[in-house]
Structures are given as structure tokens and as C-alpha cells.
Design a protein around this ligand. Structure first.
Ligand SMILES: *[C@@H]1O[C@H](CO)[C@@H](O)[C@H](O)[C@H]1NC(C)=O
Ligand SMILES: *[C@@H]1O[C@H](CO)[C@@H](O)[C@H](O)[C@H]1NC(C)=O
Ligand SMILES: *[C@@H]1O[C@H](CO)[C@@H](O)[C@H](O)[C@H]1NC(C)=O
Length: 343
């Protein structure tokens, strides 16, 4: 009898194990082999049906990233053009759901670096596209590393609220979005390639060299009379938009950058005022600040007395280096409070 009872107990255990194994197999089959309902690639002629999600939906909610297998999940990444001394760890802290690609232009032994430290951030952006062309993330933000930078479109020049507000669904509709709305600097016509040809006024002004460079970069395209886009080379592009050009185009732009005799700042500046055209926008890409803040950052209630600015958003700072201790120490060393919240 004891023997018999033991067998019964063992049989029950075996049955339970078999049942568990079968349940596991069914679960794995559903997870791994059955095709998800809505995972088809997006193209620019096929706008996302969920294009009007608010800032607090899937993209900005890390909890939802591990959601149901049926939900289409787009990967968002940042590409950061950094130097050894700069620190982008704040992005890990506040945007853990974004993939980070931090290139160090002045460190040959860094995990991600560039063939040559030339052309400012543009060498990084091109290198990332070339190295990842066949496995690009879906949404890519190309940015500078520091949280506080004089050109960030925020009352405190703070990249945190700027990126928190950035509307990923709008990027997915547009393919390319400049991460800046204020017109000073860059809009409405930073460069007049024909009128300024050969001119050499300020060290960083690229107008004098733009026409020749444009003809080299975009052979056969008519040189535009005006080129304008809000400054400073922080923008986002979708995988689909980047793939509209063959990889060889990006290799060609980088070859130009590697071989040009132009000063580093000038060649970087020429690409700064070319990205929007590379990604399909008109030479002058200057939406009014009112429309831009609403679409790009979801700030739709602003008071915008001019085409190029809205009250309380961005003022050009007196210097490009922010004071130590900013935003709590001001330009004259005085104590200061934030102008706007971090949220
Ligand atoms: C980067 O900044 C963070 C604070 O945001 C700090 O904790 C960290 O030590 C810094 N890292 C370096 C290498 O400076
Ligand atoms: C603002 O833009 C409109 C149309 O784009 C233009 O007609 C108008 O002159 C501009 N206003 C200013 C102050 O530049
Ligand atoms: C900063 O804000 C605090 C609290 O609202 C206030 O007491 C203080 O006077 C402010 N400091 C400055 C420099 O405006």
C-alpha cells in the first residue's frame, strides 16, 4: 500500500510537470512564432494611425515598452556627439527607454568614435548612419551631450524639458523634425549662397563657402537663393526618412567632410544648414514659431507676437558658455531661480 500511494503521488507530479511544460510551449509559440498583428514597417507615404498620441503615451512611458506583443513598438535612440570632457549621463537617468549612442570625437579608444575629429557633430551623425544603415532604430534624435546648452530651445536652456516635450508622433508623421523653433539664429535666411559667395566676415559664418560646397554635396541641384533652418544641428529623423537615400550618399557626404580643406567650424556649419534638405525639406525650413512649438513640443497655448518667437520661450544669451552653477547662478554670478519647471 505505501508503495502504491507513492506511485500515485509521483504520477500526479509527473502529470503536473507535463501540463506545465505544455503550457510553456503554447506560451512560447504565441510569443515567438505567431506573427504580431500590427508590426509592419512604416513608410512616409503610410502615416502612422496612432499619429496623434499625446506626450504621455507609449513613447514616453517606459512602463508600456514591455507591453503586449501585438502592439507595434518603435525603437527610439539618441546619437550624441560628445567630447571626452562632456557628460551625457543625465540622458540615462531621465530617458532610460531610449537607446544611447555616445560618440567621443576626441577619444580613439572610446567604444564609439569617428574616423577623424572634423566637421563638429556632423562627423558623428554621418558615422552613426553609415555604421548602422542596415539596422537603424526607428526614431533617432541627433543631439549634443550637455543638459544645459545656450542654444537649447527652453527658457533655462535646459535639454530636459525640451526633450520631454518633444513629440515623437509628430516626428513619425514628418520624417525629419528640427529640435528648435526660435528663429534666432538660423531663420528665415541664415545663408544666401549666391549673394555671399566668397565672402569671409565672421569666423563661423559659412555663407562664403556654401555655394561651392552645395554644388559638391548635391551635384545637379540648383543652388538655393536662401537657406534657413533654426540653428545648431540638433534634430530628429526616422529610419524610413534616412533610408530614402542610399547609404552611398551618406558615405559621400562623409568623404567630402574628411577631405575638405575648409575649416572645421565652416564644414560643420555647412552640414548644419544642409540636414533639413538631406531629409527632404525645402531650403528654407522655418515654420512659424507658433506652429512649431505646438507641433514639435506640444506647446500650443503660447503667445507669439512675431513669426519667429513666442513669449517666455527663448532669448539669445549674452555668451555661449553658460555660467558655472547655471540655472541657479546667473550671468553676473547672482543667485537665480529657474524660469520654468523641469517638467
Ligand atoms: C556625469 O554627471 C553625473 C551627474 O549628472 C555625475 O554623477 C557623474 O559622476 C558625471 N560623470 C563624469 C565622468 O563626469
Ligand atoms: C510673418 O509671416 C507671414 C507669412 O508667412 C508674412 O506675411 C509676415 O510678413 C510675417 N511677419 C513678420 C513680422 O515678419
Ligand atoms: C527664488 O525663489 C524663492 C522661492 O520662491 C524666493 O524666495 C527667492 O527670493 C527667489 N530668488 C531669486 C533670486 O529670485
Amino acid at each position: 500500500m505505501p508503495l502504491h500511494r507513492r506511485f500515485t503521488a509521483r504520477n500526479a507530479l509527473i502529470l503536473l510537470l507535463v501540463w506545465l511544460l505544455l503550457a510553456l510551449l503554447f506560451h512560447l509559440k504565441a510569443e515567438l512564432w505567431d506573427p504580431p498583428a500590427t508590426q509592419h514597417p512604416l513608410t512616409s507615404t503610410d502615416p502612422p494611425t496612432d499619429g496623434h498620441r499625446g506626450p504621455s503615451s507609449q513613447q514616453s512611458d517606459p512602463k508600456k515598452l514591455g507591453g503586449t506583443p501585438a502592439a507595434s513598438k518603435r525603437r527610439t535612440a539618441v546619437v550624441i556627439a560628445s567630447q571626452k570632457t562632456e557628460n551625457a549621463t543625465w540622458l540615462d537617468e531621465y530617458f532610460p527607454q531610449w537607446e544611447k549612442n555616445t560618440y567621443r570625437v576626441d577619444d580613439e579608444s572610446a567604444p564609439l568614435t569617428v574616423p577623424k575629429n572634423k566637421g563638429r557633430e556632423s562627423m558623428v551623425y554621418l558615422t552613426f548612419i553609415i555604421e548602422n544603415y542596415d539596422k537603424l532604430p526607428d526614431n533617432i534624435l541627433f543631439i549634443h551631450p550637455n543638459r544645459y546648452q545656450w542654444h537649447n530651445d527652453d527658457p533655462d536652456y535646459d535639454g530636459l524639458p525640451m526633450l520631454r516635450h518633444f513629440q515623437i508622433p509628430y516626428l513619425e508623421e514628418e520624417g525629419y523634425v528640427n529640435i528648435r523653433c526660435a528663429w534666432s539664429l538660423g531663420c528665415p535666411s541664415e545663408i544666401r549662397p549666391l549673394a555671399e559667395e566668397g565672402e569671409h566676415r565672421a569666423a563661423v559664418h559659412a555663407g562664403g563657402d556654401y555655394k561651392k560646397a552645395f554644388e559638391k554635396l548635391f551635384p545637379g541641384k540648383p543652388v538655393p537663393k536662401y537657406v534657413g533652418v533654426s540653428c545648431c544641428a540638433q534634430f530628429a529623423a526616422t529610419r524610413e526618412k534616412i533610408l530614402e537615400r542610399p547609404k552611398s550618399n551618406y558615405v559621400y557626404y562623409r568623404e567630402w567632410l574628411l577631405s575638405t580643406d575648409l575649416d572645421d567650424a565652416i564644414s560643420g556649419r555647412i552640414l548644419e544648414y544642409s540636414w533639413h534638405m538631406i531629409f527632404g525639406k525645402e531650403p528654407v525650413h522655418c515654420p512659424s514659431a507658433e506652429v512649431c512649438y505646438c507641433k514639435v513640443f506640444g506647446l500650443c497655448e503660447l503667445d507669439c507676437p512675431e513669426n519667429g518667437s513666442c513669449s517666455g520661450r527663448y532669448t539669445l544669451p549674452p555668451y555661449s558658455t553658460l555660467p558655472n552653477g547655471w540655472p541657479f547662478v546667473g550671468w553676473k554670478g547672482e543667485e537665480r531661480n529657474r524660469s520654468a519647471p523641469e517638467e
